[in-house]
Write a protein that binds this ligand. Structure first.
Ligand code: GDD
Ligand code: MG
Length: 321
């Protein structure tokens, strides 16, 4: 069965300060890290072995996911001392297994995407076309921030244009692509390589069979604070969601898609809206909290007003959504 690679090594610059102590893919949406949601999606498609391509704050992943057995999966960790870019990360991750002779395809995931698309159907499409690479494509209203991917009537990719001012199509790289091992062998080892700016354009130029699998399902790149909060609200709905072992004091009102992680304690008579609260957070009585992110194990004193803030055990900084 295909092998997964999760690209989880970016700096998450656009999400600062939320990524000061947490790599972007480990930020919780609807109470679970984005990476965990991606692993569950991969498993549903029959992918049981996944390599995490880590770099920035790589040490945060292993204590949470371990060897993957809790999820019935096998997880391996590749660490880039210096970030190798998306292509270099893939090459470096695949080197953990004997990929050169592998008959298995690799399913690569950008680590900051929530997608409801059918990965098994994408894999079947890849095989039916005898493709070397197959990208999931999605149509967006404004393609400027993404990789633009024009295709012909059969879905064959005609070009790959990363982040352009005047997009030639609204179909974009949705951040989940399948590679045959031959494609990975061609990425130079130990070098910084961009899959978007180097590998994809080269594959297309040399007339290799690269296909686009179009499926318009739920899709979101959580790469900005506003997008992260939207992703969490989309999962929670209008009310709130609280993880196991959490306690909410009498008279407290939680709304606006607020999520609370495991074992957190909210005091009495608090009003909390549109906020992401991690595990083991303690909030005193009579607090008003809105549009805020409270990292795992942070504390909020009674009678506090927290509006548009990032709170960690050591930081208290403004955020704008
Ligand atoms: N291991 C590793 N090393 N991972 C990396 C590195 C690196 O050097 N650089 C980036 N990543 C990871 C990020 O953590 C993220 O999960 C993923 O690669 C994509 O990087 P982003 O920085 O989020 O890229 P983007 O959102 O601007 O654009 C990409 O995603 C779009 C879809 O959301 C491109 O792939 C676009 O073509 C695509 O449309
Ligand atoms: Mg992104």
């Amino acid at each position: 069965m295909a092998i997964g690679i999760l690209l989880v090594g970016g700096m998450g610059t656009r999400l600062k300060p939320l990524t000061n102590q947490t790599p972007k893919p480990m930020l919780p949406v609807g109470g679970l890290p984005v990476t965990e949601r991606q692993l569950l999606a991969a498993k549903k498609a029959g992918i049981n072995t996944v390599i995490l391509a880590t770099s920035y704050l790589s040490e945060i992943f292993t204590p949470y996911f371990g060897d993957g057995s809790k999820w019935g999966m096998k997880l391996l960790y590749a660490v880039e001392e210096v970030p190798l870019g998306t292509g270099g990360a893939i090459r470096n991750a695949a080197a953990l297994i004997d990929f050169a002779d592998s008959k298995e395809e690799f399913v690569i995931f950008n680590g900051d995407v929530l997608s409801g698309h059918d990965i098994a159907a994408q894999l079947a499409f890849h095989r039916a076309n005898k493709a070397d690479a197959t990208l999931h494509l999605i149509e967006v209203a404004d393609a400027r921030a993404f990789g633009c991917v024009p295709t012909d009537a059969n879905g064959r990719v005609l070009d790959f244009l990363e982040k352009m001012e005047n997009p030639v199509t609204n179909a974009i790289n949705a951040g989940c692509y399948i590679f045959n091992s031959s494609v990975i062998s061609e990425i130079p080892a130990g070098k910084v390589v961009s899959i978007e700016r180097e590998t994809f354009p080269q594959l297309v130029k040399s007339a290799r069979p690269v296909f686009g699998y179009s499926e318009q399902s739920y899709w979101l790149d959580i790469g900005t604070p506003a997008a992260l909060f939207k992703g969490s609200r989309d999962i929670v709905g209008a009310g709130f969601l609280a993880g196991l072992g959490s306690k909410i004091g009498e008279g407290s009102l939680l709304t606006g898609g607020t999520s609370i992680g495991l074992g957190s304690r909210i005091g009495a008579n608090c009003t909390i809206t549109n906020s992401i609260i991690g595990d083991g957070v303690v909030i005193g009585d009579n607090c008003t909290i809105a549009d805020s992110f409270l990292l795992h194990n942070s504390n909020v004193a009674a009678d506090s007003e927290i509006l548009g803030k990032y709170i960690s055990p050591t930081e208290n900084l403004p955020i704008s959504l």
